[in-house]
Design a protein around this ligand. Sequence first.
Ligand SMILES: Nc1ncnc2c1ncn2[C@@H]1O[C@H](COP(=O)(O)OP(=O)(O)OP(=O)(O)O)[C@@H](O)[C@H]1O
Length: 265
Amino acid sequence: MTTQPAAAPADGGDPRAVLSARGLTKSFGAFLAVSNVDIDVFHGRIHALIGPNGAGKSTVFNLLTKFHRPTAGHILFDGADITAMDPASVARMGMVRSFQISATFGDMTLLDNVRVAMQRPNHLSRQFWRSLSSLDCLNRQALELLDRVGLADMAHLNANNLSYGRKRALEIATTLALQPRVLLLDEPLAGMGQEDVEQMANLIKAVSCDCALLMVEHNLKVVGDIGDEITVLQRGEVLARGDYATVSADPRVREAYMGSENDSH
Ligand SMILES: Nc1ncnc2c1ncn2[C@@H]1O[C@H](COP(=O)(O)OP(=O)(O)OP(=O)(O)O)[C@@H](O)[C@H]1O
């Protein structure tokens, strides 16, 4: 089925989507995994991609981040067609995928982990030898990022001392160091305990103020709490889209989740 793509947010947000897809389609051999998906991700908004197991969420995520080549359709970044571009080029444009940069170095301090991630966008790696003030600047910015994710007081600990939830927060800090225009998070809450889930949800909400954010997530409570736009996939197609109240009241969405996935944790 087809439904209209999400309208631009009416509450003062950037009316133009930073990341869009039109008619996104992916076949694996004879199997049609994703069919004719339209999606828009706006600056300052959280777009959640949900759906029962096997609905095509990861495939769409991999298409948007250029890890899969679409069989048909187009992907636009700031209105420019990036369908044929490679993942590294779109990353340089500011499309950052969580796991790509999420490998934290356990035997390095949190501060060093963030400093390493910061060197690319700021090109400070080439300036290290120039002056102590650029080092000071790098340290200050790295500490600010750690502060944003609630880890400033642990800056000098090694990353392998962190709990799972805090490691994910460090990953977010290294992601932010790349100054994303679009941030794509694949199940950012997976494997977390309830306390970490709440902290991470708050962090994702805070981070989304400065970028366009798309997340694939199974935790429907969090999606309801922080998602601005929701796209529901089923069998590779868009089943419904809108805000959470709209999609969760849709009988087709309820039916899609019943039996195949009863995931309301
Ligand atoms: N590389 C591949 N080759 C063949 N089939 C694939 C491939 N990747 C995914 N699929 C199939 O495409 C369909 C969609 O898979 P996908 O992983 O995108 O779903 P999902 O919504 O992310 O599922 P889950 O919530 O279980 O992670 C599934 O039927 C899957 O088996």
